[in-house]
Design a binder for this molecule. Structure first.
Ligand code: KG4
Ligand code: ZN
Length: 344
């Protein structure tokens, strides 16, 4: 047992291929964030196999919850709120975390918060800064989503624009596959991009000048395909690195350009960037440059909370509670297609 004045949130995240459990206090301070990664299991297939993901969530979740409590020296009696991701994601994966969390909540008699995975990403840049979320313009760049969001308050989100086709992370992963790099392609491409020339090949910056907050990455992906087809095989190491650097430069130009334009249009004083792709070093540096150029404050999700994790779910539950938003019914359902603005 610890300080009885502190209340703790235990959160579960199983929306895709990572089994994750975390605990934060109701002020948003993260005590522990554990992730049992399934990346190695899915890598031989070049993508996530839903059946394999849910079977492993089922096997890994219970021991991970016990280990998480034990590591921080907490008991069930110390937990006041249970949270789980209810969507978007793979239905069979979401169900494991959602039903486990509801069962614990019923057994403990404490509130259950069903959390939108995208809200978890959205608020993650503020982890470690207390629980109050200031209004800002946000860019979420993950494997499944690319969107610009106006955050007015916790639970009050306006989607300003999103991708019409592939998400930025999806484009990284698909190009990685074309280049026969191990899955997931994002980290592989960014590592090789460091050694390549970003000006070696010119790829399109789709919709950069469209005047709105929409994105499209499928044309870029096709251009990379055509370029690879024209190269002698096997690809030289130098060519491979140059393709990675040039592709990454095109994605980053669009993401950063759109974020800058949108922040200006909205008169934002603060911008925030989250999601798996926000691990990308070039993207982080360029966001920093834009923030300095425009005199904006910048919050980047810490790399350990950029890719899927449960700390962001615990933090979102704590933030919702602080904002006076009550918990969810135990008869609430998962929603694999849940939209960010359906939260709250
Ligand atoms: O947020 P996330 O863990 O999962 C979703 O909710 O989709 O994001 C995973 C995505 C993958 O597409 C992965 O390739 C990409 O984030 N990613 C990166 C980097 N690290 C992860 N993309 C570019 N550069 C990176 N360093
Ligand atoms: Zn995610």
């Amino acid at each position: 047992m610890t300080d009885c004045l502190r209340e703790f949130v235990l959160a579960i995240e199983t929306s895709c291929d990572e089994t994750a459990v975390a605990i934060c206090d109701t002020e948003g301070a993260v005590l522990i964030s554990n992730v049992a990664s399934q990346i190695a299991l899915h890598a031989p297939y070049g993508g996530v196999i839903p059946e394999l993901a849910s079977r492993n969530h089922s096997a890994d979740l219970k021991p991970l919850i016990s280990a998480t409590l034990e590591e921080v020296g907490l008991e069930w009696a110390d937990i006041s709120i249970i949270a789980a991701t209810s969507g978007p994601g793979l239905a069979s994966s979401l169900l494991i975390g959602d039903t486990t969390a509801k069962a614990i909540s019923a057994a403990l008699g404490c509130p259950f918060y069903s959390i939108n995975h995208m809200e978890g990403h959205l608020l993650s840049p503020f982890i470690g800064e207390g629980i109050d979320i200031p209004p800002h313009t946000a860019l979420i760049v993950s494997g499944g989503h690319t969107m610009l969001v106006q955050v007015n308050a916790v639970g009050n989100y306006i989607i300003l624009g999103s991708t019409k086709d592939d998400a930025a992370g999806e484009a990284f992963d698909k190009v990685g596959k074309m280049l026969e790099l191990p899955y997931p392609g994002g980290p592989q491409i960014s590592e090789r991009a460091e050694k390549g020339d970003p000006a070696a090949f010119h790829f399109p910056r789709s919709m950069l000048d469209s005047g709105d907050a929409e994105f499209s990455f499928s044309g870029l992906k096709t251009s990379v395909r055509y370029l690879i087809d024209k190269q002698p095989k096997p690809l030289l190491e130098e060519t491979l690195n140059d393709i990675c650097a040039s592709f990454q430069a095109a994605v980053v130009d669009v993401l950063v350009g759109k974020l800058q334009q949108t922040a200006k249009r909205n008169g934002a004083a603060l911008i925030a960037v989250s999601g798996g792709v926000s691990c990308n070093r070039s993207l982080r540096e360029r966001c920093d440059g834009v923030a300095k150029e425009e005199g904006l404050e910048l919050r980047l999700a810490p790399p350990c909370y950029s890719t899927d994790n449960a700390a962001m779910i615990a933090f979102a539950a704590a933030a919702r509670r602080r904002a006076g938003i009550t918990g969810s019914s135990l008869s609430s359902d998962i929603n694999p297609n849940l939209k960010l603005d359906e939260t709250g």
